[in-house]
Design a protein around this ligand. Structure first.
Ligand code: PLP
Length: 462
């Protein structure tokens, strides 16, 4: 442990002695002794590893403070100026205040699985079920940890060791880790691919149905589009075919909007209600995509099938926690009042923000940014296009406006982007054609951006 190869003079000061220093005592007050000891050990080991580096006490204490800051900070709020409203790496949907209040209220003891009226054990999905049924026209509903979990539970409960028929054009990979064939495998199902990448017909499904078939499934292509000579089988037709063979038809909608977005002039995204109306027996969708809520996976559909999913042991492993349920109910309540949804639901409000409003915000912020970046970058206001994100309508872009930072000689777009990321509330833009674009669609609190600007020159120099 004590590195005999290091000359005695360069050996780092003993942890016990370091702990006596006033700076260490301040760290102990903030983090507790065990964690500070761990940080000091990590810092001292680093100095030991760098043979030849003098292990001054102050340096080790500084490094320990940095270690603690880095490893105990938890999630940091950031400004999403990427132009992707539902950005998976940035936590997807920003939650409305109603959801935050509900989460706080549920944080202590709550009637999560208690029927207060009867004084008996209750069911955690009961808090969501009536609202979800009202919003989708389904008979029953349940919630799990995310949509991937919803699909896994559905397949495992209804089609384990049997076949599921899916069109080749719908075998998608979403977000790098959710692949329909892999989920099928994990669920113990045999994937029966039918049709071709661009065209699948009802006859393809019909011919694939056999004694081992458990389910016909349709997957919303979400993050890519197929254009040209294409054909797919409509949900109605697929449901009719499934029912003729006495088996269910399931749809994985992904984003699954609860309202027709055309109502607000946005690109159309299939609604959950439309899938139910078309005859789908089960529909799965995410809580944190267009629904605008916390991470969750929802399954709605036939009561008998939902009951089967709810009884499955996997449901217990994938169940949603009380704060997520609380947030989800709050968001569903907002969803139930579509007339006011555009003001109250952050996701929808951001998607609907007019380009002119975003452009005038950009004009207002430009001089301040240009002043602090003097020498490092030229700043211009430009039009750009935002996207919904999380796979919703990849081809339909929303006209927006951005601050474009073009690096001057001696600087680069990557260096500018890195400095922006080092701000106390990191600013995330996108680098395109050698400049940094800050799409202001999602900047609802300009002060959070402006107040940090004086720090930028120092971060660029560093
Ligand atoms: C996003 C998506 C998923 C995965 O949903 P998560 O909530 O991220 O687990 C599954 N299927 C489709 C079609 C999707 O778009």
């Amino acid at each position: 442990m004590d590195g005999t190869e290091i000359p005695a003079l360069r050996r780092p000061p003993a942890i016990a002695r370091l702990l006596q220093a006033p700076a260490a005592q301040a760290l102990v007050a903030a983090h507790g002794r065990p964690l500070v000891v761990e940080a000091l050990r990590a810092a001292a080991a680093e100095f030991r590893a760098r043979a030849g580096a003098g292990a001054a006490e102050a340096e080790i204490l500084g490094a320990a403070a940095q270690w603690l800051a880095r490893h105990t900070r938890g999630l940091r709020p950031v400004l999403n100026l990427t132009g992707t409203v539902l950005h998976t790496n940035l936590g997807r949907a920003p939650l409305p205040p109603e959801a935050l209040w509900a989460m706080t209220e549920a944080a202590g003891a709550a009637d999560l699985e208690l029927d207060l009226e009867a004084g008996r054990r209750g069911e955690r999905d009961s808090h969501l079920e009536a609202l979800l049924c009202h919003l989708t026209g389904a008979e029953a509903a349940l919630a799990v940890n995310n949509n991937a979990a919803a699909v896994l539970l559905l397949l495992r409960a209804l089609a384990s060791r049997r076949e599921v028929v899916v069109s080749r054009g719908e075998l998608v990979e979403i977000g790098g880790a959710f692949r329909i064939p892999d989920i099928m495998h994990e669920a113990g199902c045999r994937l029966r691919e039918v049709g071709t990448t661009n065209r699948t017909h009802a006859q393809d499904y019909a011919e694939a149905i056999g004694p081992r078939t458990a389910l016909l499934m349709k997957v919303h292509r979400s993050n890519y589009i197929i254009e040209g000579f294409t054909a797919e089988v409509a949900e109605e037709e697929l449901a009719t075919l499934a029912h003729r063979h006495s088996m269910p038809m399931a749809v994985d909608l992904g984003s699954g909007s609860l309202h027709d977005l055309a109502r607000w002039g946005l690109p159309q995204e299939p609604t959950v209600r439309a899938a139910i109306t078309a005859g789908a027996d089960l529909v799965t969708f995410s809580g944190d995509k267009l629904l605008g809520g916390p991470q969750a996976g929802l399954v709605v559909g036939r009561a008998a099938l939902i009951a089967k999913l709810r009884r499955h042991p996997l449901k217990r492993a994938l169940r949603l926690d009380k704060t997520a349920i609380a947030a989800l109910v709050a968001v569903l309540r907002l969803q139930a009042d579509p007339d006011r949804l555009a003001q109250r639901l952050p996701v929808l409000r951001l998607l609907l923000r007019p380009q002119a409003e975003i452009a005038s915000l950009a004009e207002r912020l430009r001089p301040g940014l240009a002043a602090v970046l003097q020498g490092a970058a030229e700043v211009a206001v430009t039009t750009c296009e935002s996207q919904i994100g999380s796979g919703a309508r990849p081809a339909d872009l929303l006209p927006s406006a951005a601050l474009a930072l073009s690096p001057r000689r001696g600087s680069t777009a990557d260096a500018l982007a890195a400095a922006l990321r080092r701000l106390p509330v990191p600013v995330l833009g996108r680098v395109t054609h050698g400049s940094v674009l800050l799409d202001l669609r999602c900047l609802e609190d300009p002060a959070s951006f402006e107040s940090q600007l004086p720090l930028l020159p120092g971060l660029l120099a560093g």
